[in-house]
Write a protein that binds this ligand. Structure first.
Ligand code: FAD
Ligand code: SIN
Length: 535
């Protein structure tokens, strides 16, 4: 297959870009690839909503910028923060034009929610299923465009660069160029080649590297691993955000999220003794930024020897609760919890990757003709910790920016006619069908265990060293298996997850300080030592 524009991923990032490209170039075909069904994405599960400055009276761009910078703990790129905050509302208007419906109050104004770290109410939402509504609206719009070819159940294995033409490509090579991808058609079990002039990676997050995560099964960090293998630049992988309040259900994966908006509406965290503990940790109490709340919960769990704490909503107006959070209410009822009478058991779960494929302010990666956007990208917006509900916003703003830059790039590419005439087909010679699936499933379990036990919310130098040694072994064994076995999504995902785990540990070992989401008790500042909340 050959195309001008190739998009990997059908979440908010990939679809925002694809729609814009297809509308601008009605005579060209845009290919969108997704590894399972069209809507199985992190986007679909977003609950709380999208942050944006709507209330001109009380809110301002400066306030949203400040909140983002404070959460990011000194590592945000201020220029990017300003871009996202200021361009955000326009992008939200676009998605409303596509048909996304956000809740309004009785006066017909948008009802704006509040989440941790936000100084004002600025979160647009659709009940507690905002992502589902956004994904619906985007896919509906896509259905109107005959020049978008959405290919489902195709697993992208690697991006094609000069390496596949036999050239030596290293991290110092300055002109690494993306010519397309190798993709496993899951239905036919064949590896195919798609050449493209411009490729966008919008492959989402990597929460599946941890045992407990809010992320669906597709979130295996494939884009980051592909770019790393292609010698592109990755950054900030140590900053993994743990959401403080995932529903605690022993043995259930992924974990169901209890949106932060519940605390925004008055929900209170309590420990097993019924004490509201957040005031001991931060003056913003239950609405402190996520890193602080997650660490406080982690500490309470360790201190009291429990597997979870509780989110108390029993005092809240139940009519309003059911109106705003119907999905959460239903889920709780389904496991026997009546939120009007019982507290919800919650525990932190891996939720969001702040780092990823390094991009500039137009979404360009260090690899030519390759853009990255959405959760797989590291644009500089989040720094050391993402502010709640800034992620959907970032994906939309950068979807537009990648589109704008692509308009210039495609002209240059067409003039230069850059594509090599012969790109090699995938070589499967010498490989055999996998005989022992247990090698893959067991290694994946081991990986999740290592990452959760040693590279979680609280880290130490010894734990990180131990994790790295164990990952080395998993890497060697899995590479051996990969060389000998026909590719499958399971094997590719395992390989990608090991790479992601390695990058997280490497970043964490390199950072000799505690900052934002990266909390290492061997590297605490004086003030952190004084208020050391770690047992
Ligand atoms: P995704 O939506 O995850 O899409 C990834 C796409 O890439 C999928 O189509 C997948 O099939 C495809 N893909 C991946 N690898 C391959 C491959 N190898 N081959 C082919 N296709 C591939 N953020 C907010 O701002 N507000 C919220 O309220 C919010 N709530 C959240 C709640 C939950 C439970 C979760 C998990 C996340 C939440 N987030 C929220 C974060 C936000 O939803 C995500 O960061 C965002 O949706 C990511 O969008 P994306 O387009 O980058 O990736
Ligand atoms: C939530 O609804 O609590 C998640 C919001 C986010 O991840 O931005």
């Amino acid at each position: 297959m050959e195309t001008d524009f190739l998009v990997i991923g059908s979440g908010v990032a990939g679809l925002t870009y694809a729609l814009k490209m297809a509308k601008h170039f009605p005579d060209k075909q845009v290919i969108v690839i997704t590894k399972t069904s069209a809507d199985e994405t992190n986007t679909k599960y977003a609950q709380g909503g999208i942050a944006g400055v709507w209330d001109d009276e009380n809110d301002s761009y400066d306030k949203h910028i400040d909140d983002t910078l404070i959460a990011g703990d000194g590592l945000c790129n201020e220029k990017i923060v300003e871009i996202v905050v200021k361009e955000g509302p326009e992008r939200i208007k676009e998605i409303i034009e596509y048909g996304a419906r956000f809740d309004k109050d009785e006066s017909g104004e948008y009802s704006l929610g509040k989440e941790g770290g936000h100084s004002e109410n600025r979160i647009l939402h659709h009940k507690d299923v905002t992502g589902l509504e956004i994904e619906r609206a985007l896919l509906n719009e896509l259905g109107k465009l005959p020049n978008i070819n959405l290919i489902k159940h195709c697993f992208v294995i690697d991006i094609i660069t000069q390496h596949h033409l036999g050239y030596l490509v290293t991290k110092s090579t300055t002109d690494i160029t993306c010519y397309g991808v190798y993709v496993l058609n899951v239905n036919s079990n064949q590896v195919e080649k798609i050449t493209s002039k411009i490729t966008l990676l919008a492959t989402g997050g990597n929460g599946q590297v941890y045992r407990t995560t809010t992320n669906p099964r597709i979130a295996t960090g494939d884009g980051v691993a592909m770019v790393y293998r292609a010698k592109g630049r990755i950054e900030n992988m140590e900053f993994i955000q743990f959401h403080p309040t995932a529903l605690f259900e022993s043995g259930v994966s992924p974990s169901f999220l209890i949106t932060e908006a519940v605390r925004g509406d008055g929900g209170i965290l309590r420990n097993k003794d019924g004490d509201a503990f957040m005031e001991q940790y931060d003056h913003r109490k239950d609405l402190a930024p996520r890193d602080i709340v997650a660490r406080a919960i982690d500490n309470e769990m360790k201190r009291t020897g429990t597997e979870h704490v509780f989110l108390d909503c029993t005092h809240m107006d139940q009519k309003k609760f059911i109106h705003h959070f119907p999905n959460i209410n239903e889920k709780c009822l389904s496991i026997g919890i009546d939120v009007s009478k019982q507290m919800i058991p919650v525990a932190p779960a891996a939720h969001y990757s702040c780092g990823g494929i390094k991009t500039d302010e137009m979404g360009r990666t260090s690899i030519k003709h390759l853009y990255a956007c959405g959760e797989c990208a590291s644009t500089g917006l989040h720094g050391a910790n993402r502010l709640a509900s800034n992620s959907l916003l970032e994906a939309m703003v950068f979807g537009e920016r990648c589109f704008l830059d692509s308009l210039l790039l495609i002209e240059t590419i067409n003039k230069e006619n850059h594509l090599p005439t012969e790109l090699p087909d995938w070589i499967a010679k010498g490989t055999t069908a996998p005989k022992e699936m247990i090698l893959i499933t067991q290694t994946r379990k081991e990986l999740e265990q290592i990452m959760s036990d040693y590279v979680g919310i609280v880290r130490t130098d010894v734990r990180l060293r131990r994790a790295m040694r164990r990952l080395d072994l998993l890497y060697e064994e899995t590479e051996e298996l990969y060389r000998a076995t026909k590719v499958s999504p399971q094997l590719c995902e395992l390989r990608n997850l090991i790479t992601v785990g390695y990058l997280i540990v490497k970043g964490a070992e390199f950072r000799k300080e505690s900052r934002g989401l990266h909390y290492n008790t061997d590297h605490l500042s004086k003030s952190e030592l004084l208020q050391n909340i770690v047992l």
